[in-house]
Design a binder for this molecule. Structure first.
Ligand code: NAD
Length: 310
């Protein structure tokens, strides 16, 4: 018939079983098939994928949907030239990332990571009197106030933290007490106990946090990066952590992933490493399916796509 032909790329399996997504899409006016080979794209109108493949450019695709919010690995210009529309999954990760970032802050404040570290040696360690703190009254600065950022600010506000944020347009955002623009980044982060990064990786945000910004942060401050590794100068971060110029970091994303065995970040007690899993949730497939289904309806009506990137 004139149903859309959709393929689910095998790379989706990194996040959830492709069959789950197909089940969620059964009521759709589209033929959805799971691809066993990422380059077998003949006859498809669209593909749902985790990663980018060169073969996408030479196939006759109309549309690519990425199950990630961050599509920095996709070649925007080449897609434009081929007339292929790209949509992303921004909007699905606010709860999962918000919970994870709140968890990072609680771990550091309550030292939970230290006690877990001590379990293998059966160490009954009581913290120094000034080692622990509580979140109410502490300040978090959230850089990037989209889905992720607002997932963080809502939770931080709910536990009684002072919440500030950085966005390009200085208009008010729910749960944020003070909004700064990127040109006042240093002022925004300089007296925060936590700095959370929730921006996309773009030419403007690459290396956003380097040694100057790390020096501007408090010595008892923690950097939380759930955005992309490239937003932080990782060597500068390792140096700041090693020299005690900041108190610690929770990192979900890295310049190279998986984080190489020989990275010093693995060994630092004041660093929490999570494996690009801050956004993982059992609701992931369902939430992506809602965007895919909406875009299938829009394609059929000739409308522009939700979460349209290029
Ligand atoms: P989003 O589009 O909803 O929000 C991004 C926000 O950042 C937007 O409000 C945008 O205006 C703002 N922004 C862009 N450039 C900026 C700058 N220079 N300064 C300040 N703000 C700027 O996207 P999202 O769903 O919140 O995701 C954000 C990014 O987080 C993604 O692009 C992705 O790289 C990353 N991410 C990581 C995970 C993970 O598993 N760790 C999961 C989802 C998203």
């Amino acid at each position: 018939g004139d149903d859309l032909e959709l393929g689910i790329h095998p790379s989706v399996d990194i996040v959830f079983p492709p069959s789950l997504l197909r089940e969620e899409l059964t009521d759709l006016a589209a033929d959805v098939r799971i691809l066993s080979d990422g380059s077998a794209l003949a006859g498809l109108d669209g593909v749902v994928t985790f990663s980018f493949e060169e073969a996408f450019l030479s196939a006759d695709l109309e549309w690519i949907h990425c199950i990630l919010a961050g599509v920095d690995a996709f070649p925007f210009e080449a897609l434009k030239r081929r007339g292929i529309t790209l949509s992303n999954s921004s909007g699905v990760h606010g709860d999962a990332i918000g919970d994870t970032v709140l968890g990072y802050m609680l771990q550091f404040a309550r030292r939970l990571h230290i006690y877990r570290d001590n379990e293998p040696t059966r160490e009954w360690y009581y913290p120094d009197w000034d080692e622990t703190f509580t979140l109410p009254g502490e300040t978090v600065c959230v850089v990037g106030l989209g889905t992720l950022g607002q997932g963080v600010t809502a939770r931080a506000d709910a536990v009684g933290m002072n919440v500030r944020g950085v966005r390009r347009t200085p208009t008010p955002v729910p749960s944020v007490d003070a909004v700064f623009t990127p040109d006042s980044l240093t002022a925004a982060i300089s007296d925060a106990r936590f700095v959370a990064l929730t921006v996309p990786l773009t030419s403007q945000t690459e290396g956003l946090i380097g040694s100057d910004e790390l020096d501007a942060m408090r010595e008892d401050a923690y950097l939380l990066n759930v955005a992309r590794g490239g937003v932080v100068d990782q060597d500068a971060l390792v140096a700041a952590l090693t020299d005690g110029r900041i108190a610690g970091a929770a990192l979900d994303v890295f310049e190279t992933e998986p984080l190489p065995d020989d990275s010093p970040l693995w060994d630092l007690e004041n660093v929490i490493v999570t494996p690009h899993a801050a956004g993982a949730t059992d609701e992931y497939a369902e939430r992506v399916a809602a965007i895919v289904a909406e875009n299938v309806r829009r394609i059929r009506r000739g409308e522009s796509l939700a979460n349209h990137v290029v």
